[in-house]
Design a protein around this ligand. Structure first.
Ligand code: SF4
Length: 466
Protein backbone atom coordinates (compact mmCIF):
# COMPACT_ATOMS: atom_id res chain seq x y z
CA UNK A 1 0.00 0.00 0.00
CA UNK A 2 1.37 3.40 -0.93
CA UNK A 3 0.97 5.57 2.15
CA UNK A 4 3.22 8.50 2.85
CA UNK A 5 3.07 11.44 5.20
CA UNK A 6 1.91 13.71 2.42
CA UNK A 7 -0.93 11.31 1.62
CA UNK A 8 -2.39 11.70 5.05
CA UNK A 9 -1.76 15.39 5.51
CA UNK A 10 -4.53 17.42 7.08
CA UNK A 11 -6.70 19.31 4.67
CA UNK A 12 -9.41 21.73 5.39
CA UNK A 13 -12.83 20.14 5.09
CA UNK A 14 -14.95 20.57 1.98
CA UNK A 15 -17.24 23.53 1.72
CA UNK A 16 -20.84 23.18 2.76
CA UNK A 17 -23.36 22.01 0.19
CA UNK A 18 -26.88 21.56 1.51
CA UNK A 19 -29.75 20.24 -0.47
CA UNK A 20 -32.88 21.99 0.66
CA UNK A 21 -35.63 21.89 -1.92
CA UNK A 22 -35.45 23.90 -5.09
CA UNK A 23 -33.31 26.69 -3.69
CA UNK A 24 -30.97 24.15 -2.13
CA UNK A 25 -30.53 22.49 -5.47
CA UNK A 26 -29.63 25.80 -6.97
CA UNK A 27 -26.96 26.19 -4.31
CA UNK A 28 -25.45 22.81 -5.13
CA UNK A 29 -25.54 23.53 -8.84
CA UNK A 30 -23.83 26.84 -8.14
CA UNK A 31 -21.20 24.93 -6.22
CA UNK A 32 -20.32 23.22 -9.49
CA UNK A 33 -20.31 26.29 -11.62
CA UNK A 34 -17.95 28.05 -9.30
CA UNK A 35 -15.66 25.12 -8.90
CA UNK A 36 -13.36 25.90 -11.76
CA UNK A 37 -12.69 29.43 -10.59
CA UNK A 38 -12.86 28.91 -6.88
CA UNK A 39 -9.83 29.70 -4.81
CA UNK A 40 -8.70 26.37 -3.39
CA UNK A 41 -9.42 26.27 0.33
CA UNK A 42 -7.39 23.15 0.95
CA UNK A 43 -4.14 24.22 2.47
CA UNK A 44 -1.99 21.15 1.98
CA UNK A 45 -3.67 19.31 -0.88
CA UNK A 46 -0.85 18.01 -3.04
CA UNK A 47 -2.55 18.02 -6.41
CA UNK A 48 -0.21 17.37 -9.30
CA UNK A 49 -0.22 20.21 -11.79
CA UNK A 50 -0.65 17.94 -14.75
CA UNK A 51 -0.64 20.83 -17.19
CA UNK A 52 3.10 20.89 -16.68
CA UNK A 53 3.46 17.28 -17.80
CA UNK A 54 3.70 17.22 -21.59
CA UNK A 55 1.38 14.89 -23.45
CA UNK A 56 -0.84 14.10 -20.47
CA UNK A 57 -3.62 16.60 -21.01
CA UNK A 58 -4.92 15.31 -24.33
CA UNK A 59 -8.36 13.79 -24.37
CA UNK A 60 -9.50 12.71 -27.78
CA UNK A 61 -13.11 13.29 -28.77
CA UNK A 62 -14.86 10.86 -31.06
CA UNK A 63 -16.00 12.10 -34.45
CA UNK A 64 -19.60 11.77 -33.23
CA UNK A 65 -19.00 14.05 -30.24
CA UNK A 66 -17.05 16.53 -32.37
CA UNK A 67 -19.86 16.74 -34.93
CA UNK A 68 -22.38 17.24 -32.11
CA UNK A 69 -20.27 20.00 -30.54
CA UNK A 70 -19.90 21.84 -33.83
CA UNK A 71 -23.62 21.65 -34.48
CA UNK A 72 -25.03 22.52 -31.07
CA UNK A 73 -22.15 24.32 -29.35
CA UNK A 74 -20.43 26.03 -32.29
CA UNK A 75 -18.58 28.56 -30.12
CA UNK A 76 -17.11 25.94 -27.83
CA UNK A 77 -13.57 24.82 -28.49
CA UNK A 78 -12.37 21.26 -28.30
CA UNK A 79 -10.39 22.19 -25.19
CA UNK A 80 -13.46 23.59 -23.46
CA UNK A 81 -15.52 20.55 -24.45
CA UNK A 82 -12.90 18.26 -22.92
CA UNK A 83 -12.83 20.22 -19.68
CA UNK A 84 -15.02 18.38 -17.18
CA UNK A 85 -15.85 21.64 -15.41
CA UNK A 86 -17.27 22.98 -18.67
CA UNK A 87 -19.30 19.80 -19.10
CA UNK A 88 -20.74 20.19 -15.59
CA UNK A 89 -21.47 23.88 -15.93
CA UNK A 90 -23.27 23.27 -19.21
CA UNK A 91 -25.40 20.31 -18.25
CA UNK A 92 -28.73 20.23 -20.02
CA UNK A 93 -31.40 20.73 -17.38
CA UNK A 94 -34.25 22.64 -19.03
CA UNK A 95 -36.92 21.72 -21.52
CA UNK A 96 -35.92 24.47 -23.95
CA UNK A 97 -32.29 23.29 -24.03
CA UNK A 98 -33.31 19.68 -24.56
CA UNK A 99 -35.65 20.71 -27.38
CA UNK A 100 -32.78 22.44 -29.10
CA UNK A 101 -30.92 19.16 -29.52
CA UNK A 102 -33.63 16.50 -29.42
CA UNK A 103 -37.06 16.18 -30.99
CA UNK A 104 -39.02 15.38 -27.85
CA UNK A 105 -42.19 13.31 -27.95
CA UNK A 106 -45.42 14.71 -26.51
CA UNK A 107 -45.08 12.26 -23.64
CA UNK A 108 -41.55 13.40 -22.83
CA UNK A 109 -42.57 17.08 -22.95
CA UNK A 110 -45.49 16.37 -20.64
CA UNK A 111 -43.26 14.43 -18.23
CA UNK A 112 -40.58 17.12 -18.09
CA UNK A 113 -43.16 19.88 -17.61
CA UNK A 114 -45.14 18.00 -14.97
CA UNK A 115 -45.27 20.01 -11.73
CA UNK A 116 -44.70 16.84 -9.71
CA UNK A 117 -41.64 15.78 -11.64
CA UNK A 118 -39.62 15.58 -8.45
CA UNK A 119 -36.47 14.03 -9.84
CA UNK A 120 -34.61 16.61 -11.90
CA UNK A 121 -33.29 16.20 -15.41
CA UNK A 122 -29.58 16.74 -16.02
CA UNK A 123 -27.51 15.43 -18.92
CA UNK A 124 -23.92 16.33 -19.72
CA UNK A 125 -23.44 17.68 -23.26
CA UNK A 126 -21.13 14.71 -23.87
CA UNK A 127 -23.81 12.15 -22.92
CA UNK A 128 -26.40 14.15 -24.87
CA UNK A 129 -24.21 13.59 -27.95
CA UNK A 130 -24.99 9.86 -27.63
CA UNK A 131 -28.76 10.29 -27.61
CA UNK A 132 -30.88 9.61 -30.70
CA UNK A 133 -32.37 12.88 -31.92
CA UNK A 134 -35.57 11.42 -33.31
CA UNK A 135 -36.12 8.13 -31.49
CA UNK A 136 -37.71 8.28 -28.03
CA UNK A 137 -37.32 4.52 -27.62
CA UNK A 138 -33.54 4.58 -27.98
CA UNK A 139 -32.14 2.81 -24.89
CA UNK A 140 -29.81 5.60 -23.74
CA UNK A 141 -32.46 8.24 -24.24
CA UNK A 142 -34.91 6.28 -22.11
CA UNK A 143 -32.45 6.19 -19.21
CA UNK A 144 -32.13 9.98 -18.89
CA UNK A 145 -35.27 11.62 -20.32
CA UNK A 146 -38.44 11.23 -18.24
CA UNK A 147 -41.72 9.83 -19.52
CA UNK A 148 -45.14 10.14 -17.90
CA UNK A 149 -44.97 6.51 -16.73
CA UNK A 150 -42.68 7.83 -13.96
CA UNK A 151 -45.75 9.33 -12.32
CA UNK A 152 -47.51 5.95 -11.97
CA UNK A 153 -47.34 4.27 -8.58
CA UNK A 154 -47.65 0.50 -8.40
CA UNK A 155 -47.83 -2.01 -5.59
CA UNK A 156 -44.60 -2.68 -3.73
CA UNK A 157 -42.91 0.55 -4.75
CA UNK A 158 -41.37 2.78 -2.12
CA UNK A 159 -39.29 5.92 -1.88
CA UNK A 160 -36.57 4.02 -0.02
CA UNK A 161 -37.22 0.39 -1.00
CA UNK A 162 -33.90 -0.83 0.40
CA UNK A 163 -34.63 0.80 3.74
CA UNK A 164 -31.26 2.51 3.79
CA UNK A 165 -32.48 5.13 6.24
CA UNK A 166 -33.06 2.42 8.87
CA UNK A 167 -29.48 1.18 8.55
CA UNK A 168 -28.06 4.68 8.77
CA UNK A 169 -26.37 5.17 12.17
CA UNK A 170 -25.35 8.73 11.28
CA UNK A 171 -26.55 10.92 8.41
CA UNK A 172 -24.86 10.10 5.11
CA UNK A 173 -23.69 6.63 6.11
CA UNK A 174 -25.35 3.23 5.61
CA UNK A 175 -23.98 0.38 7.73
CA UNK A 176 -25.83 -2.74 6.64
CA UNK A 177 -23.19 -5.43 6.29
CA UNK A 178 -20.81 -6.27 9.15
CA UNK A 179 -17.49 -5.11 7.71
CA UNK A 180 -18.32 -2.36 5.26
CA UNK A 181 -20.18 0.92 4.97
CA UNK A 182 -21.71 2.99 2.22
CA UNK A 183 -20.59 6.61 2.50
CA UNK A 184 -22.93 9.07 0.75
CA UNK A 185 -20.69 12.03 0.11
CA UNK A 186 -22.72 14.19 -2.26
CA UNK A 187 -26.25 14.46 -3.59
CA UNK A 188 -25.12 15.52 -7.05
CA UNK A 189 -24.63 13.54 -10.25
CA UNK A 190 -23.54 14.95 -13.57
CA UNK A 191 -26.37 13.07 -15.29
CA UNK A 192 -29.47 11.72 -13.56
CA UNK A 193 -30.66 8.19 -14.31
CA UNK A 194 -34.44 7.94 -14.31
CA UNK A 195 -34.35 4.63 -12.40
CA UNK A 196 -32.00 5.84 -9.64
CA UNK A 197 -32.40 3.82 -6.45
CA UNK A 198 -31.37 6.81 -4.41
CA UNK A 199 -33.55 9.37 -6.18
CA UNK A 200 -35.05 10.26 -2.79
CA UNK A 201 -31.67 11.65 -1.73
CA UNK A 202 -30.11 12.67 -5.01
CA UNK A 203 -30.62 15.86 -6.97
CA UNK A 204 -33.19 17.80 -5.03
CA UNK A 205 -34.99 16.17 -2.14
CA UNK A 206 -35.32 18.34 0.92
CA UNK A 207 -34.83 15.57 3.45
CA UNK A 208 -31.14 15.08 2.88
CA UNK A 209 -28.24 17.39 3.36
CA UNK A 210 -24.59 16.84 2.69
CA UNK A 211 -22.30 19.13 4.52
CA UNK A 212 -19.04 19.35 6.37
CA UNK A 213 -20.35 18.39 9.78
CA UNK A 214 -22.24 15.45 8.27
CA UNK A 215 -19.12 14.19 6.51
CA UNK A 216 -17.08 14.65 9.68
CA UNK A 217 -19.75 12.73 11.61
CA UNK A 218 -19.59 9.84 9.16
CA UNK A 219 -15.79 9.75 9.36
CA UNK A 220 -15.96 9.74 13.17
CA UNK A 221 -18.37 6.79 13.04
CA UNK A 222 -15.95 4.83 10.85
CA UNK A 223 -13.05 5.72 13.15
CA UNK A 224 -14.94 4.39 16.15
CA UNK A 225 -15.97 1.12 14.49
CA UNK A 226 -12.98 -1.17 13.96
CA UNK A 227 -15.19 -3.74 12.22
CA UNK A 228 -15.36 -1.44 9.20
CA UNK A 229 -12.60 -2.56 6.85
CA UNK A 230 -14.19 -1.45 3.57
CA UNK A 231 -15.66 1.97 2.70
CA UNK A 232 -17.69 2.44 -0.47
CA UNK A 233 -17.70 6.13 -1.34
CA UNK A 234 -20.85 6.91 -3.25
CA UNK A 235 -23.63 9.48 -3.46
CA UNK A 236 -24.78 10.93 -5.86
CA UNK A 237 -21.56 10.69 -7.77
CA UNK A 238 -18.41 11.36 -5.73
CA UNK A 239 -16.50 12.20 -8.89
CA UNK A 240 -18.52 15.40 -9.15
CA UNK A 241 -16.48 16.58 -6.16
CA UNK A 242 -13.37 18.60 -6.89
CA UNK A 243 -9.93 16.98 -6.74
CA UNK A 244 -9.24 18.93 -3.57
CA UNK A 245 -12.34 17.65 -1.81
CA UNK A 246 -11.67 14.09 -2.93
CA UNK A 247 -8.07 14.28 -1.74
CA UNK A 248 -9.24 15.54 1.63
CA UNK A 249 -11.84 12.78 1.97
CA UNK A 250 -9.57 9.96 0.80
CA UNK A 251 -6.71 11.08 3.00
CA UNK A 252 -8.99 11.22 6.06
CA UNK A 253 -10.25 7.72 5.38
CA UNK A 254 -6.80 6.36 4.60
CA UNK A 255 -5.59 7.55 7.99
CA UNK A 256 -7.98 5.15 9.74
CA UNK A 257 -5.87 2.06 10.51
CA UNK A 258 -8.68 -0.53 10.25
CA UNK A 259 -9.94 0.71 6.87
CA UNK A 260 -8.26 -1.70 4.47
CA UNK A 261 -10.14 -0.98 1.29
CA UNK A 262 -11.56 2.12 -0.35
CA UNK A 263 -14.03 1.86 -3.19
CA UNK A 264 -15.60 4.57 -5.32
CA UNK A 265 -19.00 4.07 -6.96
CA UNK A 266 -19.42 6.34 -9.98
CA UNK A 267 -20.92 6.80 -13.42
CA UNK A 268 -18.44 9.51 -14.38
CA UNK A 269 -16.38 7.43 -16.87
CA UNK A 270 -19.66 6.83 -18.75
CA UNK A 271 -21.44 10.18 -18.61
CA UNK A 272 -18.50 12.50 -17.95
CA UNK A 273 -15.35 10.68 -19.14
CA UNK A 274 -13.46 14.00 -19.25
CA UNK A 275 -13.53 13.86 -15.44
CA UNK A 276 -10.92 11.09 -15.54
CA UNK A 277 -8.07 13.52 -16.00
CA UNK A 278 -4.42 12.63 -15.46
CA UNK A 279 -4.56 14.84 -12.35
CA UNK A 280 -7.38 12.74 -10.95
CA UNK A 281 -5.66 9.43 -11.61
CA UNK A 282 -2.43 10.76 -10.07
CA UNK A 283 -4.47 11.68 -7.02
CA UNK A 284 -6.39 8.41 -6.76
CA UNK A 285 -3.34 6.19 -7.04
CA UNK A 286 -1.99 7.67 -3.81
CA UNK A 287 -4.77 5.95 -1.86
CA UNK A 288 -4.43 2.32 -2.93
CA UNK A 289 -5.87 -0.20 -2.45
CA UNK A 290 -8.63 1.72 -4.19
CA UNK A 291 -11.22 -0.02 -6.35
CA UNK A 292 -13.88 1.48 -8.56
CA UNK A 293 -17.39 0.34 -9.46
CA UNK A 294 -18.62 1.98 -12.64
CA UNK A 295 -22.28 2.16 -13.54
CA UNK A 296 -22.69 0.98 -17.16
CA UNK A 297 -26.08 0.34 -18.72
CA UNK A 298 -25.80 -0.37 -22.43
CA UNK A 299 -23.13 -1.17 -25.05
CA UNK A 300 -23.82 2.20 -26.75
CA UNK A 301 -22.00 3.75 -23.80
CA UNK A 302 -18.77 2.06 -24.86
CA UNK A 303 -17.32 5.01 -26.74
CA UNK A 304 -13.72 6.01 -27.48
CA UNK A 305 -14.00 8.58 -24.67
CA UNK A 306 -15.13 6.01 -22.12
CA UNK A 307 -12.39 3.65 -23.26
CA UNK A 308 -9.80 6.40 -22.67
CA UNK A 309 -11.20 7.10 -19.22
CA UNK A 310 -11.11 3.43 -18.22
CA UNK A 311 -7.60 3.03 -19.63
CA UNK A 312 -6.38 5.90 -17.47
CA UNK A 313 -7.97 4.38 -14.37
CA UNK A 314 -6.71 0.87 -15.10
CA UNK A 315 -3.21 2.20 -15.85
CA UNK A 316 -3.31 3.87 -12.42
CA UNK A 317 -3.71 0.39 -10.94
CA UNK A 318 -7.38 0.78 -10.03
CA UNK A 319 -9.32 -2.47 -10.45
CA UNK A 320 -12.52 -1.67 -12.33
CA UNK A 321 -15.89 -3.41 -12.02
CA UNK A 322 -19.18 -2.58 -13.65
CA UNK A 323 -22.60 -2.46 -12.06
CA UNK A 324 -25.56 -2.67 -14.39
CA UNK A 325 -29.25 -2.35 -13.62
CA UNK A 326 -31.47 -4.65 -15.65
CA UNK A 327 -33.95 -2.41 -17.46
CA UNK A 328 -36.97 -3.32 -19.56
CA UNK A 329 -36.57 -2.50 -23.24
CA UNK A 330 -33.07 -1.13 -22.60
CA UNK A 331 -30.72 -4.00 -21.83
CA UNK A 332 -33.03 -6.97 -21.09
CA UNK A 333 -31.71 -9.01 -23.96
CA UNK A 334 -28.97 -11.65 -24.05
CA UNK A 335 -27.33 -10.24 -27.18
CA UNK A 336 -27.35 -6.66 -25.86
CA UNK A 337 -25.91 -7.81 -22.56
CA UNK A 338 -23.31 -9.92 -24.35
CA UNK A 339 -22.19 -6.90 -26.36
CA UNK A 340 -21.95 -4.91 -23.16
CA UNK A 341 -19.92 -7.44 -21.16
CA UNK A 342 -17.60 -8.21 -24.07
CA UNK A 343 -16.99 -4.51 -24.60
CA UNK A 344 -16.33 -4.02 -20.89
CA UNK A 345 -13.65 -6.70 -20.81
CA UNK A 346 -11.97 -5.01 -23.76
CA UNK A 347 -11.65 -1.82 -21.75
CA UNK A 348 -10.48 -3.74 -18.66
CA UNK A 349 -13.70 -3.54 -16.69
CA UNK A 350 -14.97 -6.72 -15.03
CA UNK A 351 -18.77 -7.07 -15.16
CA UNK A 352 -19.43 -7.28 -11.44
CA UNK A 353 -23.15 -7.03 -10.63
CA UNK A 354 -26.31 -7.22 -12.67
CA UNK A 355 -29.03 -5.72 -10.46
CA UNK A 356 -32.69 -6.46 -10.60
CA UNK A 357 -34.23 -2.96 -10.81
CA UNK A 358 -35.25 -1.76 -7.35
CA UNK A 359 -38.96 -0.96 -6.85
CA UNK A 360 -38.55 2.77 -6.39
CA UNK A 361 -41.58 5.00 -6.98
CA UNK A 362 -42.57 5.14 -10.64
CA UNK A 363 -40.24 2.36 -11.79
CA UNK A 364 -42.76 -0.17 -13.17
CA UNK A 365 -41.91 0.72 -16.77
CA UNK A 366 -38.27 -0.16 -16.09
CA UNK A 367 -38.71 -3.40 -14.18
CA UNK A 368 -38.50 -6.83 -15.81
CA UNK A 369 -39.63 -10.17 -14.41
CA UNK A 370 -36.84 -11.88 -12.44
CA UNK A 371 -37.03 -14.69 -14.99
CA UNK A 372 -35.55 -12.29 -17.55
CA UNK A 373 -32.44 -11.79 -15.45
CA UNK A 374 -32.04 -15.54 -15.03
CA UNK A 375 -32.45 -15.99 -18.78
CA UNK A 376 -29.65 -13.48 -19.38
CA UNK A 377 -27.28 -15.18 -16.94
CA UNK A 378 -28.13 -18.53 -18.55
CA UNK A 379 -27.34 -17.01 -21.93
CA UNK A 380 -23.94 -15.83 -20.71
CA UNK A 381 -22.63 -18.53 -18.35
CA UNK A 382 -20.74 -21.12 -20.36
CA UNK A 383 -21.46 -19.30 -23.60
CA UNK A 384 -18.75 -16.74 -22.99
CA UNK A 385 -15.71 -15.96 -20.85
CA UNK A 386 -16.33 -16.48 -17.15
CA UNK A 387 -14.91 -13.04 -16.37
CA UNK A 388 -17.70 -11.58 -18.52
CA UNK A 389 -20.51 -12.99 -16.38
CA UNK A 390 -21.78 -10.68 -13.63
CA UNK A 391 -23.49 -11.86 -10.47
CA UNK A 392 -27.21 -11.32 -10.79
CA UNK A 393 -28.66 -9.97 -7.54
CA UNK A 394 -31.83 -8.66 -6.01
CA UNK A 395 -31.22 -6.06 -3.36
CA UNK A 396 -33.93 -7.31 -1.04
CA UNK A 397 -36.62 -4.72 -0.29
CA UNK A 398 -36.72 -3.90 3.39
CA UNK A 399 -32.97 -3.98 3.88
CA UNK A 400 -32.15 -7.66 3.35
CA UNK A 401 -29.08 -6.84 1.30
CA UNK A 402 -27.96 -8.36 -2.00
CA UNK A 403 -29.23 -11.85 -2.68
CA UNK A 404 -27.59 -13.67 -5.61
CA UNK A 405 -29.77 -15.54 -8.09
CA UNK A 406 -28.64 -18.36 -10.36
CA UNK A 407 -30.41 -20.42 -12.97
CA UNK A 408 -30.97 -23.96 -11.68
CA UNK A 409 -27.74 -25.81 -12.32
CA UNK A 410 -28.18 -28.24 -9.42
CA UNK A 411 -30.87 -30.68 -10.50
CA UNK A 412 -30.89 -32.79 -7.35
CA UNK A 413 -29.22 -35.76 -5.73
CA UNK A 414 -29.23 -39.49 -6.34
CA UNK A 415 -27.63 -41.58 -3.65
CA UNK A 416 -24.14 -40.25 -3.25
CA UNK A 417 -24.19 -38.29 -6.48
CA UNK A 418 -25.10 -34.70 -7.08
CA UNK A 419 -27.01 -34.24 -10.32
CA UNK A 420 -26.06 -31.16 -12.31
CA UNK A 421 -27.14 -29.43 -15.50
CA UNK A 422 -24.55 -27.70 -17.71
CA UNK A 423 -24.89 -24.62 -19.90
CA UNK A 424 -26.16 -26.73 -22.83
CA UNK A 425 -28.90 -28.24 -20.70
CA UNK A 426 -27.12 -31.60 -20.51
CA UNK A 427 -27.11 -33.36 -17.20
CA UNK A 428 -24.15 -34.76 -15.31
CA UNK A 429 -23.41 -36.27 -11.96
CA UNK A 430 -20.66 -35.55 -9.48
CA UNK A 431 -19.67 -37.99 -6.69
CA UNK A 432 -20.54 -36.18 -3.48
CA UNK A 433 -21.08 -38.65 -0.62
CA UNK A 434 -23.30 -37.41 2.17
CA UNK A 435 -21.05 -37.38 5.23
CA UNK A 436 -23.64 -38.49 7.77
CA UNK A 437 -24.29 -41.72 5.85
CA UNK A 438 -27.61 -40.87 4.31
CA UNK A 439 -29.57 -38.16 2.61
CA UNK A 440 -30.19 -35.23 4.85
CA UNK A 441 -33.60 -33.68 5.30
CA UNK A 442 -32.44 -30.96 3.00
CA UNK A 443 -32.18 -33.49 0.16
CA UNK A 444 -35.65 -34.91 0.56
CA UNK A 445 -37.90 -34.13 -2.30
CA UNK A 446 -35.04 -33.59 -4.72
CA UNK A 447 -35.29 -35.13 -8.12
CA UNK A 448 -34.06 -38.71 -8.47
CA UNK A 449 -33.04 -40.88 -11.36
CA UNK A 450 -35.38 -43.70 -12.32
CA UNK A 451 -33.87 -46.90 -10.89
CA UNK A 452 -33.53 -48.56 -14.27
CA UNK A 453 -31.47 -45.69 -15.69
CA UNK A 454 -28.02 -45.84 -14.08
CA UNK A 455 -25.81 -43.00 -15.11
CA UNK A 456 -22.06 -42.75 -15.09
CA UNK A 457 -19.71 -39.85 -15.58
CA UNK A 458 -20.60 -37.44 -18.35
CA UNK A 459 -23.36 -39.50 -19.92
CA UNK A 460 -26.49 -37.53 -20.61
CA UNK A 461 -29.29 -38.55 -18.27
CA UNK A 462 -32.97 -38.00 -18.11
CA UNK A 463 -34.49 -37.00 -14.83
CA UNK A 464 -37.96 -37.66 -13.60
CA UNK A 465 -39.54 -36.34 -10.49
CA UNK A 466 -39.32 -38.88 -7.68
S1 SF4 B 1 -25.33 7.95 -11.36
FE1 SF4 B 1 -26.07 6.61 -9.70
S2 SF4 B 1 -26.65 8.01 -8.03
FE2 SF4 B 1 -26.51 9.23 -9.92
S3 SF4 B 1 -28.58 9.28 -10.77
FE3 SF4 B 1 -27.50 7.57 -11.73
S4 SF4 B 1 -28.03 5.80 -10.46
FE4 SF4 B 1 -28.49 7.64 -9.23
Amino acid sequence: MEKTTSDVADFEPPSTCRIRGASGLKKCEDDFSQEKNETPRFKKAKIVNIRKVPGLTDFRSSSRASAFRKRFFPDVTQTQWNDWHWQLRNRITHLRDLQRIITLSEDEIQAISHPENLFPVAITPYYASLLARNNPTQPLRRTVIPVTAEQLRTQGEAEDPLDEETDSPVPGLVHRYPDRVLFLTTGICSTYCRYCTRSRAVGHKSSTSFNTSQIEGAIRYIEKNPSVRDVLISGGDPLTLSDEKLAWLLSRLRRIPHVELLRIGTKAPVVLPQRISPALTQLLKRYHPLWMSIHFTHPDELTPETAQACKRLADAGIPLGSQTVLLKGINDDVDVMKRLVHGLLQIRVKPYYLYQCDPILGSAHFRTPVEKGLEIIKGLRGHTTGYAVPTYVIDAPGGGGKIPLLPEYVVGREGEDLLLRNYKGLQYRYPDPVQSGGLSDRCEGLLRLPEDRPCFGREEIKITAG
